[in-house]
Design a protein around this ligand. Structure first.
Ligand code: 6PG
Length: 466
């Protein structure tokens, strides 16, 4: 009997696609699934890859069919199911074996699981996988956490199946325990922000300038050929040009304006706040999704308070610049969260490498990420992306347009939570002397909390206490 290089447990969309991708690259893959009836149909439909797929109905046979030290990739819902599977599989494993969780898990769970399993010398890898079904099948971007030992076991397989950017594989071992899942979480936070910025730009053109979906789609297709090139711009350009076969309307007009979310965007915001950060563009995007799902309330509010919006004078060039500025600022916020986490958890993250891995295969892949990778490899004052020489130039060129677009949108009553948050963050950060002196005075006045005087060490109180 062939012993397989890796086992894949969970033959849902992502698990099946990854198993086929591995088989296509010449690896023998043991496969199994909780609902055992899926297994034979999956293998039967695998065509010429069938020979590389080794189906098992029973967990112990599946484990016994793996080369040692074993590597098992779980592609199952995160949370309780993962804990249950760890409990079921661990007694069948030996020291040196590796369990991988390839789902969108909360990195706190990953850290806890790693710590518990390490007591038995079983390695636990939290691996972020991005790119949806197509990515998983033909080349995902993968953010790998866990031990160096696990990476040694996995490197050959993952490097072979990953997306490629100019020949380089979009996968790496980025840090210990929960680092891989944390990086994927922040990837998703940026994904939420970029999607929201795009939705707001669509809204301004549609509701403020009376452009048709097809016209907006064509503009996005145009943008996809320049510095705004990205997967999300490309697919937005495409979806806007589709028509609904049932009604003949633009398909976007028949889709309910209530967006779902599974939690990774929210986790990004929660973890940022926990570490004393405020990723306000990402937060605005998460909040906008939550408000979007309050459809009935919004309809009621519109009926009572009115939903009037006026036409606004915007041009496509200014919008492109505003988009670039907001996109850059939300990425900068994402990398600040990664920097905080790296310090908090001693991960020693390589930000340039993370940006490189995001250049292909993942949902936020874009031309900007190549520039970000380069910026992190160069001179970065204060470690701040917005201070990289290339980006100070971009910001000074695009910020006037962001300010103009936000100003026009606000005057016209158009909701632009992400675009305006980006501008607010920028305007806050460029003030060396802000307004928190007032907060400190208030805190001291009502609570005797004390404040620092400019240029002086130590705690002082205001004359209101004399
Ligand atoms: C990816 C995506 C993916 C995520 C979906 C849906 O990188 O491939 O981030 O992992 O599950 O985008 O996320 P929401 O349901 O939260 O929008």
């Amino acid at each position: 009997m062939t012993t397989a290089n890796i086992g894949v447990y969970g033959l849902g969309t992502m698990g099946s696609a990854l198993a086929l991708n591995m088989a296509e690259h010449g690896f023998d893959v043991a496969v199994t699934n909780r609902e055992t009836e899926w297994i034979s149909s999956f293998v039967a439909e695998a065509g010429e890859l069938k020979g590389r797929l080794h189906p098992h109905d029973k967990l112990d046979d599946f484990v016994a069919g793996l080369k040692t030290p074993r590597v098992i990739l779980f592609m199952i819902p995160s949370g309780k199911p993962m804990d249950m599977m760890i409990e079921a599989v661990t007694p069948l494993l030996e020291p040196g074996d590796t369990i991988i969780d390839g789902g969108n898990a909360n990195f706190h769970d990953t850290r806890r699981r790693s710590a518990v399993l390490s007591e038995q010398d079983i390695h636990f890898v939290g691996m972020g996988v991005s790119g949806g079904e197509h990515g998983a099948r033909h080349g995902p971007s993968m953010m790998v956490g866990g031990t160096a030992h696990s990476w040694q076991q996995l490197q050959r397989i993952l490097t072979a199946i990953a997306a490629r950017f100019e020949g380089a594989s979009c996968v790496d071992h980025l840090g210990p325990d929960g680092a891989g899942h944390f990086i994927k979480t922040v990837h998703n936070g940026i994904e939420y922000a970029d999607m929201q910025i795009i939705a707001e730009i669509y809204g301004l053109l549609r509701n403020g300038a009376a452009w048709s979906p097809v016209e907006i789609g064509q503009l996005f297709a145009e943008w996809d050929k320049g510095p705004l090139r990205s997967y999300l711009v490309e697919i937005t350009g495409k979806v806007l040009q589709y028509h609904d076969p049932a009604t003949g309307h633009p398909v976007v007009d028949v889709i309910k304006d209530a967006a779902g979310q599974k939690g990774t965007g929210r986790w990004t915001v929660v973890e940022a706040v926990r570490m004393g950060q405020a990723a306000n563009v990402i937060e605005a995007a998460v909040g906008a999704r939550s408000w979007s799902s309050e459809k009935d309330t919004r309809v009621a509010v519109q009926n009572i308070l009115g939903g009037g919006r006026t036409a606004i004078d915007i041009d496509a060039v200014a919008l492109a610049d505003a988009f670039m500025a907001a996109r850059l600022l939300c990425h900068a916020q994402g990398f600040r969260i990664l920097a905080s986490a790296s310090d908090t958890y001693d991960w020693e993250l390589d930000f340039a490498r993370i940006a490189e891995i995001w250049r292909a295969g993942c949902i936020i892949r874009s031309a900007l990420l190549d520039d970000i990778a380069e910026a992190f490899r160069g001179d970065l004052p204060q470690g701040e992306l917005i201070l990289a020489p290339a980006f100070t130039a971009v910001l000074s060129q695009t910020l006037p347009a962001l300010r103009q677009v936000v100003g026009a949108a606000v005057s016209g009553g158009h909701a632009i939570p992400a675009l305006s948050s980006a501008l607010q963050w920028y305007d806050t950060m460029r003030q060396g002397y802000g307004t928190a002196n007032i907060i400190q005075a208030q805190r001291d006045f009502f609570g005797h909390h004390g404040f620092e005087r400019l240029g002086e060490e130590g705690k002082h109180h205001g004359p209101w206490w004399d």
